[in-house]
Design a binder for this molecule. Structure first.
Ligand code: 3H9
Length: 705
């Protein structure tokens, strides 16, 4: 028997322990080990019942996701776990699955093949496969409806969210919660059921009979709305429906067919890339191995505006006391009022208790002075985007912050080194670029200046995780990773308008591509005045005779700043619902004609290519310049900060799936038509194409610690 699985005996109970760190995934050797151990326990005359438990922090987190790539590339045969699960289910002695931590995916499928399931109080069970672009592939869609009923099984398989222990018992997925010593309690339960008939999940047919077709139609409608563009949730629904149409074995065959269809899809490859990418960005290559994050016990935030308030909430949510400083009492009151209102909305939705809200509010100390700043382990400056103001504040902070405290700026574009230069401790200065609204958005760009120390970097990255963010490390340049790349994306969206596309066509094409919103809708939401202010500040950096978008400034001159003024690229009613604005359309047309821009019909395919390849080309430059460490850091930035569809894997992964030679060829065509200043292909892109490589290849060997 493989070492991955151990069999020990407690008198009349066999205890099978799965020990495949870190999460007891069903890697090669684990299913075989479990099956052999069950066989051995069945053959042992002294054994009356069998308990299967996971070593470490969890039961089984599912199939080994790393194996999927090998299966798709043909390196390994397809996974067939069904015979192994039937061997467990057919054991004549009762098998009790003792679940602590998580039984996810294949883990829950193993658990459901047992005759009984007991749970630790904090255990969770779930079929999260759809979040990887696949569906359960080891009978989950057939056994789960037999235990939990079709409606709940549809939700669990098509949405993928976990169920807590108490609910799992209520739903019939598990039999009991074991308090106290978990292994001992599970063994005691096994003794209670020893000798009794062992119920097989696959034979419990009552809950899969007589289900109305409308149940599946409703589930499909929900999936189409909530998981726009995704195939896996619909496949999961088809598979659960099969449980109501066929016997167990035919249902499993249908599930296997759908599982394989999903596994070999680009959607699954993209979502698996995102699963590992989200974890990879936390590991930074090149840092000394022994550097450890310092503890953040207290924080301070300067500015109680939209960003400052949201950042303060993030800290309070993580239990970190935080001072919020403003210069004027009205601004402080307004800011804290918005924070309170945000919490109250969450309480009203039932997602937070009043008590928890009160505790969080009590962690916030609003004030007009720097009192107490000397005790903060991190100070985040979140005032408006003005370099001289930020420098002035950092000069003040340098005098009062304790040595070793991190001084962070929430700038979205400005030069971190310039800000650090006014302090005597540039090694402790970095950027923490939160995204708006900061209490909601997942991304945190941690920006390192040329002097930022490894300690400061790992501390900020660890703090990001503690705040529930996905933290990505970026280098220092105008706009860092995200905003540097978004500039050409927005530029192309506006050029397309001047060349003849409508506002609605541009928004719709990118929305249908999968973006959370079209680019012009994003600009209207963020406020056109923001870009206007940046353009004015950076006018001196513009290259002469290079085309720039012409209309946005004109809209701003007319006070059309987007949603907040009711007019921007679109017009908005009092509920902020957009409608086409004929005046904007006329302004675009007259401006373009006056500038001699040729107008024509533009296909949605060209709209997508122009905008997305602009992102990709700039992304390649971001890599060349070392601003992003790896292509995956860009992908994660765009998925968690800019609404790029996860099922396309992020802009760089997407380019790989299109094929870099094809992407380069289109960029060359755009260069011919629109000029080299706008469309010179990045040297890295050319190089990768010449070498027959991908952005994924570029990342190889760049794993961090
Ligand atoms: C499936 O089961 C299909 C079936 O239907 C069968 C088909 C035939 N495999 O998340 P963490 C790694 S599909 C391989 O940081 P946490 C992870 O990459 C699967 N590796 O820990 C990380 O590695 P590293 C369905 C895995 O405590 C390390 O373990 N199951 C797997 O924050 C620690 O992970 C899922 O989708 C895996 N299955 O969270 C569950 N899982 O240290 C996926 C994790 O090198 N997993 N790793 O970066 C999770 O949701 C979380 O890992 C879990 C623990 C909640 C379990």
């Amino acid at each position: 028997m493989a070492e991955l699985v151990r069999l020990t005996k407690r008198d009349d109970v066999a205890l099978i322990t799965i020990d495949n760190p870190p999460v007891n995934a069903l890697s090669p050797g684990v299913p075989e080990g479990i099956e052999a151990a069950v066989k051995q326990a069945v053959a042992d005359g002294q054994v009356r019942a069998i308990v299967i438990v996971g070593a470490g922090s969890t039961f089984i987190a599912g199939a080994d996701i790393r194996e999927f790539g090998k299966i798709v590339s043909g390196e390994r045969p397809r996974l067939t776990l069904l015979p192994f699960l039937l061997a467990i289910e057919d054991s004549p002695k009762p098998v009790v699955m003792a679940i602590h931590g998580q039984a996810f995916g294949g883990g829950l499928e193993v658990a459901m093949a047992g005759h009984y399931r007991v749970l630790a109080p904090k255990a969770q069970v779930g079929q999260p496969e759809v979040k990887l672009g696949i569906i359960p592939g080891a009978g989950g869609t057939q056994r789960l409806p037999r235990l939990a009923g079709v409606v709940k099984a549809l939700e669990m398989c098509a949405v993928g969210d976990p169920v807590k222990a108490q609910d799992a018992v209520g739903l019939g997925i598990a039999d009991k919660i074991v308090e106290g010593d978990f292994v001992e309690g599970s063994i005691a339960f096994a003794r209670e059921v020893a000798g009794k008939p062992a119920p097989k999940t696959r034979e419990r047919n009552a809950k899969v009979q007589g289900v109305l077709p409308t149940v599946f139609e409703a589930a499909r409608e929900r999936a189409r709305k909530q998981a726009r563009g995704l195939r896996a949730p619909l496949a999961a629904i088809d598979a659960v429906e099969a449980a109501t149409k066929f016997d167990f074995f035919a249902g499993c065959e249908e599930e296997a067919r759908l599982f394989n269809e999903c596994l070999f899809s680009t959607e699954a490859q993209a979502m698996i890339h995102v699963f590992f990418g989200k974890r990879a960005v936390a590991k930074i290559p090149g840092l000394p191995k022994d550097v450890k994050p310092s503890e953040i016990r207290r924080a301070a935030v300067i500015g109680a505006g939209t960003m400052g308030g949201g950042i303060a909430m993030n800290h309070a949510n993580a239990g970190i006391p935080v001072i919020v400083k403003e210069t004027k009492q009205e601004a402080l009151d307004r800011g804290l009022g918005i924070v309170r209102g945000n919490y109250a909305k969450t309480v009203a939705k039932g997602k937070l208790s009043q008590e928890a809200m009160d505790q969080r509010m009590a962690l916030l100390t609003p004030q007009l002075t720097y009192d107490g700043f000397e005790q903060a382990d991190i100070i985040v400056e979140a005032v408006f985007e003005n370099l001289s103001l930020k420098k002035q504040i950092f000069g003040e902070l340098d005098k009062i912050a304790r040595p070793g405290a991190i001084l962070a700026t929430n700038t979205s574009t400005l030069d971190i080194d310039e800000i650090a230069s006014v302090t005597c401790r540039p090694s402790m200065v970095l950027g923490t670029h939160f995204f708006s609204p900061a209490n909601v958005m997942k991304l945190l760009e941690v920006v390192r200046g040329k002097a930022t120390s490894p300690e400061a970097i790992v501390t900020a990255m660890a703090l990001g995780k503690r705040l529930g963010k996905v933290a990505v490390l970026a280098g220092n340049c105008h706009g860092f990773i995200g905003n540097r790349m978004v500039a050409p994306y927005f530029r192309e969206a506006q050029f397309l308008l001047e060349e003849g596309a409508t506002v609605e066509a541009v928004n719709q094409a990118l929305y249908e591509f999968g973006m959370a919103m079209g680019p012009l809708a994003v600009e209207d939401l963020a406020g056109l005045d923001i870009g206007w202010a940046i353009r004015q500040e950076r006018a001196a950096y513009l290259k002469p005779r290079v085309r720039v978008p012409l209309v946005a400034d004109k809209l701003c001159e007319q006070g059309r700043f987007g949603q907040k003024t009711g007019r921007g690229w679109s017009k908005y009613d009092e509920n902020r619902k957009p409608a086409p604005d004929p005046e904007t359309a006329a302004l675009i047309e007259t401006t373009a004609r006056a500038a001699g821009i040729e107008r024509c019909e533009i296909s949605s395919e060209e709209i997508v290519e122009r905008c997305v390849y602009a992102l990709v080309n700039e992304g390649a430059r971001v890599l060349e310049d070392g601003i992003a460490l790896r292509a995956v850091d860009i992908d994660i930035t765009y998925i968690y900060g800019y609404g790029f569809p996860a099922w396309r894997g992020g802009p760089m992964f997407y380019a790989d799936t299109v094929g870099l030679p094809k992407v380069l060829a289109r960029i060359e065509e755009f260069k011919k038509k629109h000029g080299k200043d706008l469309w010179e292909p990045a040297a890295l892109l050319r190089q990768l194409v010449a070498d027959g490589k991908t952005f994924k290849d570029f990342d190889k060997g760049k794993d961090g610690r």
